[in-house]
Ligand binder design. Structure first.
Ligand code: AMP
Length: 396
């Protein structure tokens, strides 16, 4: 079901509570080292203030212990937002309380106020009804544009829209884009549909593999998770990272997949995971004393050929230890192949987390259809899980 978007809300003169994701990384001097999450929220904020609405922004930052901590203040985010918008942005000293209510009542159409970190209250993560009541009382309307926390049932993501009630709740433009790609494109994919899964552990991605096996034509496996599948096939894995207790599960996934699961045929191995590591390539078994750190060149070539035929591609998890130069090739080839097939009209989606970091590092993020802003959230989406926080919002 399509959701009502912020653009469809009559915001003029109204106070709009917007759950944004300003959980940006900060350095030791509290300077923002990556402002993409703030930039991603701008279209929604502009949609509200350009139509005479008042934007009251709620977010968490980091993992405070349930009380105020200066290093988790949203002050740097509010200051940066003011620069990006080219207008003053005030920061409230808290997200609820007498002083905040006073500040809110003084706001005029077109104003932007950032409420202080919602996780300075223990009630946020517990979806405490009293905190949700107090937050909801600050606004007339509610918009959720924080995809990164859309899988969490917290006060600012669930309790507040629940209190405000139907007819007053919408998704923001960032979440609209995430739902369009992770939702519609994968629900009704154009075929061939190829899923690429990598990363450290099979156990993190079992539900994703199971869900995508029902939809994709091929599921290509890379990263350390490949070695658990190797063990399931009776191959040797040397000292490679693998999950022995997940071998029976890997076996049953291979049986269920009926040939859809594609495993590496060669592996880049070394004795150490460093930038200076001496590497070699092995086919099949990984010798004793060696560790697999990347898919081999023949596998990379095979995966690139498969990706080039696809009409829809989704990727989650690097093919190897891409953080180290000697083990970057597999991940780079996948990123380049996705960029290449995008240029030929395919829909290509990066499912957040480390693959998003990798495609950024290779300078190819704007050459694919969509890079999800949610790590855990996009993984849960790929598992086919519903998001109660979004289901709750009004339909279009
Ligand atoms: P994940 O968070 O599960 O997507 O895992 C990402 C991490 O897996 C990255 O930091 C990679 O360096 C790591 N990784 C990928 N392939 C391997 C491998 N063959 N051995 C060890 N770590 C790996």
């Amino acid at each position: 079901m399509e959701k009502k978007t912020v653009d469809a809300l009559a915001v003029s003169g109204k106070k709009v509570l917007v759950r944004v994701d300003f959980n940006v990384p900060l350095d030791e001097y509290l300077a923002i080292t990556d402002d993409r999450r703030i930039i991603a929220a701008l279209p929604t904020i502009r949609s509200i203030i350009s139509r005479g609405g008042i934007a009251i922004l709620m977010s968490h930052l980091g993992r405070p212990k349930g009380g105020p901590e200066a290093r988790y203040s949203l002050k740097p985010a509010a200051e940066h937002l003011a620069k990006l918008l080219g207008q003053p942005v005030r920061l409230a000293p808290d997200c609820v309380g007498e002083q905040v209510r006073h500040m809110v009542s003084a706001l005029k159409p077109g104003d932007v106020l950032v409420l202080e970190n919602t996780r300075f209250h223990k009630g946020e993560e517990k979806n405490d009804p009293q905190l949700a009541d107090e937050l909801a009382a600050l606004g007339d309307l509610y918009v959720n544009d924080a995809f990164g926390t859309a899988h969490r049932k917290h006060a600012s993501t669930y309790g507040v829209p629940e209190k405000l009630g139907a007819g007053r709740r919408a998704i923001g433009l960032l979440i609209q884009k995430e739902l369009q790609f992770l939702g519609q494109s994968l629900e009704h994919p154009q075929h061939p549909f190829i899923a690429i899964l990598g990363g450290a552990k099979v156990s993190d991605k079992i539900a994703v593999i199971e869900n995508l096996l029902t939809k994709a034509d091929h599921v290509l496996i890379g990263g350390a998770m490949a070695y658990t599948f190797f063990m399931a096939q009776g191959k040797k894995v040397g000292n490679s990272l693998c999950e022995k207790d997940k071998v029976p599960l890997a076996k049953s996934l291979l049986e269920k997949a009926g040939g859809k699961l594609v495993l590496p045929t060669d592996t880049v191995v070394a004795t150490e995971m460093t930038d200076q590591a001496k590497t070699s390539v092995v086919s099949g078994d990984i010798p004793d004393g060696m560790e697999g750190f990347d898919i081999g060149p023949a596998t990379a070539k095979h995966y690139a050929a498969l990706i080039s035929t696809a009409r829809t591609v989704v990727w989650n998890g690097p093919m190897g230890v891409f953080e180290k130069k000697p083990f970057q090739n597999g991940t780079r080839v996948v990123a380049e192949s996705m960029a290449g097939v995008t240029a030929h009209g395919a829909t290509t989606i990066i499912g957040g987390g480390d693959s998003a970091a990798a495609i950024e590092e290779f300078g190819l993020a704007d050459k694919v259809s969509h890079v999800s802003t949610g790590g855990g959230a996009s993984l849960e989406f790929l598992e086919g899980k519903g998001f109660p926080c979004l289901d709750l919002l009004d339909n279009a």
